[in-house]
Design a protein around this ligand. Structure first.
Ligand code: HEM
Length: 455
């Protein structure tokens, strides 16, 4: 079922009930997914209040396109403020958190390392490391699958970013990342901490600052070694050391460090994509059977490569559908920098607009039986009726995810490589729900326990 027609603009915009002073912030904080789902029932554009500022929530694909693409130049990604200063020690000024001319320059410099000609090498790294890592997973025991897949995807990204040095220093990189991200999660779970200044020396903040410093020491050392040796190992680091802008200027160590941290942290999402795909395969044996049949026909037991992707169509549909039901970047925000109108409603500089992938991906106007896991809805004949921006797990417009191609390639290859050799059975009678975590994550809760059996 598809529709692109907008309801007539409602004036004034509907508003969910809120509380004095905090407005809707409390409901949002307590149950973010339910909150946005409820708000979407009020209309395609809804006025929210987080504190004293209005926030516009748009949830029709045409309006989402209007914000991300048509009026994209009137918005920036995030407001400078206390929260963004908290991210600085970790993310620095990487693409995901920078703006304006600085962002434009960096996007142009970094984009080439994600181009197709490099994906084959990244894909080979993923498959080879998966084979090695899988050999260490115990059989016929319950495993916390996220810990295992995160270790695997971290190893893959360490090698993609730093070549062999990424593997040599993997344990240190992994340990400091875990330490930094644990404090990041801690802040998200204990949101009263947001009331304190971002550098207030709580024990958690001190651990966070220390982990970020340790990460800097490691990464600047890797960058310095690579600058000195100039070994051409095809890693992202090597490529970033060689890129130049129109004036012939290259990237500074700081810029390279920031971009690589963004890549490494962005890449962490892949472990949850795989976890959710396995969870859905376990609920749908018919999907698993169709996957196995595709792998037998296309691969017949050999490992997949980039060249197999055009034939692994059903595997790709499974990943696409997984990202519909579990859009890890479940919400996207913009801050208005230049006055514009969205659906006839004026938006002023400083005001926020928010879009929620979680809500749009479950909208019955665009997806039949939206709660059903149905990879066949992505068959070209059906998918072509879908309006643009009814499905947008990777965002859109100028700031669309730079890692989209890498994510799709790698998750399809990993699902095929691992799935050909092993079945993953979830712990019986688990009830798993998606839990929106900090930044890009919609994690299974409780953590998925699975058993690995040879196929
Ligand atoms: C399932 C996996 C992923 C999802 C769902 C996802 C989603 C997104 C979304 C929605 C955006 C746009 C944010 C916005 O509009 O404000 C984005 C941006 C970005 N993503 Fe991803 N991403 C994924 C994987 C990755 C990977 C693997 C990398 C790195 C290798 C990556 C790096 C980035 C970067 C650097 C940006 C900022 C781009 C810019 O502003 O120029 N992402 N991602």
């Amino acid at each position: 079922m598809t529709s692109t027609s907008l309801r007539p603009p409602v004036a004034p915009l509907p508003e969910p009930k809120g509380y004095p002073l905090v407005g809707n912030a409390l409901d949002y904080r307590l149950h973010p997914l339910d909150f946005y789902t409820h708000c979407a029932e009020l209309g395609d554009m809804v006025r929210l209040r987080f504190g004293k500022h209005p926030v516009y929530f748009v949830n029709h694909p045409d309006l989402i396109k209007s914000v991300l693409v048509t009026h994209g130049a009137c918005f920036m990604g995030r407001a400078a403020g206390r929260e963004s200063r908290f991210f600085d020690p970790l993310f620095g000024h990487g693409l995901a958190v920078s703006e304006g001319t600085f962002w434009r320059r960096m996007r142009r410099l970094v984009q080439p390392v994600f181009q197709r000609q490099h994906l084959a090498a990244y894909g080979d790294i993923a498959v080879t490391l998966a084979q090695a890592e899988l050999a260490t997973w115990p059989r016929a025991q319950w495993l916390g699958i996220r810990d295992r897949t995160t270790r695997l995807t971290r190893k893959i990204v360490a090698k993609i970013c730093f070549g062999e040095a990424g593997i040599t220093h993997f344990t240190s990189i992994n340990t400091v990342l875990d330490a930094a991200l644990a404090e990041y999660d801690h802040r998200d779970r204990n949101w009263l901490l947001y009331l304190l200044p971002e550098h207030f020396p709580t024990p958690s903040n001190r651990r966070y600052q220390q982990a970020a410093k340790d990460l800097d020491v490691l990464l600047y050392d890797l960058i310095a070694t690579q600058r000195r040796t100039q070994a051409d190992d095809g890693s992202m680091l090597t490529q970033l050391l060689q890129v130049q802008d129109d004036t012939g200027a290259g990237m500074s160590d700081r810029e390279i460090r920031d971009e690589l941290v963004n890549v490494v942290i962005g890449h962490d999402t892949l472990s949850d994509v795989l976890g959710w795909a396995w969870w859905q395969m376990a609920q749908h044996p018919e999907v698993e059977a169709q996957l196995v049949a595709e792998w037998q026909t296309v691969l017949n037991g050999r490992s997949p490569t980039l060249a197999d992707l055009p034939q692994l169509t059903y595997t790709e549909r499974v990943i696409t559908e997984t990202l519909r039901l579990y859009p890890l970047a479940w919400v996207t925000g913009r801050v208005c920098t230049q006055a514009c109108e969205i659906d006839g409603h004026p938006i002023h500089p400083g005001e926020n607009v928010v879009m929620c992938q979680w809500v749009t991906h479950y909208d019955p106007r665009f997806f039949d039986q939206p709660h059903e896991f149905n990879p066949d809805r992505w068959a070209p004949e059906t998918a072509k009726h879908l309006p643009p921006y009814a499905y947008y797990p990777f965002g859109g417009g100028a700031r669309a995810c730079i890692g989209r191609g890498l994510t799709m390639m790698e998750t399809v290859l990993l699902l095929a490589e691992i799935g050909q050799r092993f079945c993953l059975h979830p712990f019986p009678h688990q009830t798993i729900t998606p839990h929106p975590g900090p930044s890009f994550s919609l994690r299974p809760q409780p953590a998925l326990q699975m058993e690995l059996l040879s196929r």
